[in-house]
Design a binder for this molecule. Structure first.
Ligand code: SAM
Length: 218
């Protein structure tokens, strides 16, 4: 662990936005799933959410990701509607990317609030049920011959609007992560091989100094 590498980890964790996330509902193509996670990493999403495609598994680990999976945890849910409700209970507004009578332009919502963007499957989009359970439906206006964007392109468009609003609000200047989570992730990202050993032994992670050095207990 070089001091430069540790400084980068600290910078990235200081910019993480635990109150911004996505819910990928049955996104089944690995390159789309990985591209969305890569955008999540770029805008500071701490943890993404996913519902596995029917009869399949959440499609991670694609070469296009630039290893974003290492930096953005994915929490799985049994169904989109259950996930929407669980996230609302945690205080998130859920914005479903869905064309309905009440849909608004994706730039209208206030993304400085705890926000989850619900993205639909490539073939059938967001289900009507999940869209109804969401707080708002949003849409990226389309003026071309084709009706929809690729899901990872739509995700990037919306997440960078969230980033724009949060930058203006100064939310990348003040660490948003609670101190305990910040310290825990600093150790796990800096020492990915050691962290599981500490967990297996039920031992607390050691404190790190500014260079990322610590007094090993193992
Ligand atoms: N046939 C599907 C439908 O009718 O919804 C098209 C799904 S589209 C290829 C896959 C996903 O990309 C959508 O569920 C949505 O999450 C996102 N998406 C694509 N175009 C969008 C747009 N113009 N506005 C908002 N989200 C969009």
């Amino acid at each position: 662990m070089t001091p430069e590498r540790f400084a980068k980890i600290q910078r990235v964790l200081a910019a993480r936005q635990p109150t911004l996330t996505v819910l990928m509902d049955e996104v089944n193509k690995p390159h789309n799933f990985s591209a969305i996670l890569r955008t999540c990493d770029a805008v500071g999403v701490l943890r993404a959410h996913a519902v596995a495609p029917r009869g399949g598994q959440v499609p991670t680990f694609n070469a296009t990701s630039g290893s974003a999976e290492k930096w953005v945890e994915v929490e799985q849910h049994a169904s989109a509607t259950q996930a929407v409700q669980a996230l609302q209970q945690r205080g998130f507004q859920v914005l479903a990317t869905h064309l309905s009578e009440t849909s608004v332009d994706y730039r209208v919502p206030d993304y400085t609030k705890p926000t989850c963007v619900l993205l639909g499957a490539e073939k059938w989009g967001v289900s009507d049920e999940a869209a109804r359970a969401a707080d708002h439906n949003i849409i990226i206006p389309m003026f071309g011959m084709v009706q929809s964007l690729n899901v990872s392109v739509a995700a990037a468009t919306i997440l960078f609007e969230a980033q724009r609003q949060r930058l203006l609000a100064g939310m990348y200047q003040q660490p948003q992560l609670p101190r305990a989570d910040y310290d825990k992730l600093s150790f796990e990202w800096a020492y990915p091989d050691l962290a599981p050993l500490y967990r297996e032994r039920g031992e607390a992670y050691p404190a790190l100094n500014e260079q990322g050095d610590f007094v090993a207990k193992l």
